[in-house]
Ligand binder design. Structure first.
Ligand SMILES: Cc1cc2nc3c(=O)[nH]c(=O)nc-3n(C[C@H](O)[C@H](O)[C@H](O)COP(=O)(O)O)c2cc1C
Length: 215
């Protein structure tokens, strides 16, 4: 008999989103929630991990977990290989969505918008702030390309380690950052009896407009 999950549910009672206390700027509220998540979540969950959804040239959706590396007025930044599957999808369709889930806080944030590449200097700065092994690893791994076996990856790592011995590797030209410029941000706060709070921010002519959605 297949496993049934029909009775798996939780009542959410930790927090609420009161109309008179919410922020006009979703980035301020996001910052508060991320900070609380950083303090609340326990290893191995990373508070800055999120699901990033992209769409390929055939209109098929793809989703994977990434780490958010910064956010601000300009948008939400993340890093990876420009020739990876996600990189190619973003090159053909820059629309993307990211979703954060912080179960310890009974919260979700959904962000939708348009993705642009970060300026090369910003990608350089972040690349060189990473541990040396991660920098070398970025050279060794042609992200999302097939490997014959693990030994191939390990061999590539040996080669680049030798190539860059005693020197700081430059950023690979096909590795770098992206910035998702938000057009919509939705905050979801679990509440009792499935009467959850949902606040939907949409940007029109540079101004955020807020509405409450039914759960
Ligand atoms: C917790 C976690 C964090 C990750 N962080 C990143 C990241 O910041 N950048 C990245 O390119 N891949 C990251 N990955 C790997 C991606 O999920 C994915 O495997 C990779 O980006 C290739 O995806 P693609 O083939 O769709 O391009 C992470 C995976 C996990 C589980």
């Amino acid at each position: 008999m297949p496993l049934s999950l029909a009775q798996m549910r939780r009542n959410y009672t930790l927090y609420g989103l009161r109309d008179d206390l919410v922020q006009d700027d979703p980035l301020v509220l996001f910052g508060q929630w991320l900070e609380q998540a950083r303090k609340t979540e326990v290893a191995p969950v990373e508070a800055n991990s999120m699901a990033l959804a992209t769409v390929d040239a055939q209109g098929r959706a793809h989703c994977r977990i990434l780490l958010l590396k910064g956010f601000g007025a300009e948008g939400f930044t993340f890093f990876g290989h420009y020739q990876s599957a996600k990189g190619q999808e973003l090159a053909s369709n820059p629309s993307a969505a990211m979703t954060f889930f912080w179960p310890g806080l009974e919260r979700q944030v959904r962000i939708e918008g348009t993705v642009v590449r970060l300026a090369p200097q910003l990608s350089d700065d972040y690349f060189h702030s990473r541990p040396l092994a991660s920098q070398v690893g970025a050279w060794a791994s042609p992200q999302s390309q097939p490997l014959a076996h693990r030994a191939e990856l390990e061999g590539r790592l040996r080669d680049v380690t030798q190539r860059f011995a005693g020197q700081q590797p430059p950023r690979p030209p096909e590795w770098g950052g992206y910035c998702l410029q938000p057009e919509r941000v939705e905050f979801w706060q679990g509440r009792a009896d499935r009467l959850h709070d949902r606040l939907d921010y949409r940007r029109h002519d540079g101004i955020w407009q807020r509405s409450r959605l039914a759960p």
